[in-house]
Design a protein around this ligand. Structure first.
Ligand SMILES: [Ca+2]
Ligand SMILES: [Ca+2]
Length: 94
């Protein structure tokens, strides 16, 4: 069973090299699946003023409660940063 070792090493190396060059062709498992149902900032900001108003937020089926929670500077609008927190807090059990 001694002969297995170098063979295995070769296979591993070949696998690594192959994986590096084949990663474009291969269909990798969805390692970082996008969070489900997170619309992009642009699509929510329907009037494109760079802020998401409560109305725009609610149009996504979100609640006023989560709007208030996300609006950390309380200017009644969600900046891109504030909006980015949507779905990132509370829903992911680490
Ligand atoms: Ca807006
Ligand atoms: Ca804000």
């Amino acid at each position: 069973m001694k002969s297995i070792q170098p063979r295995l090493l070769t296979l591993t190396l070949a696998g690594l090299l192959g994986a590096a060059s084949a990663s474009v062709l291969a269909q990798p498992m969805p390692e970082a699946a996008p969070a489900t149902g997170s619309p992009s900032f642009q699509s929510v900001d329907s009037n494109q003023d760079g802020k998401i108003s409560l109305t725009e937020f609610k149009a996504q089926g979100e609640s006023e409660q989560s709007f208030t929670k996300l609006d950390t500077d309380q200017d009644k609008g969600l900046s891109k940063d504030e909006f980015a927190k949507l779905g990132k807090s509370g829903t992911k059990p680490y």
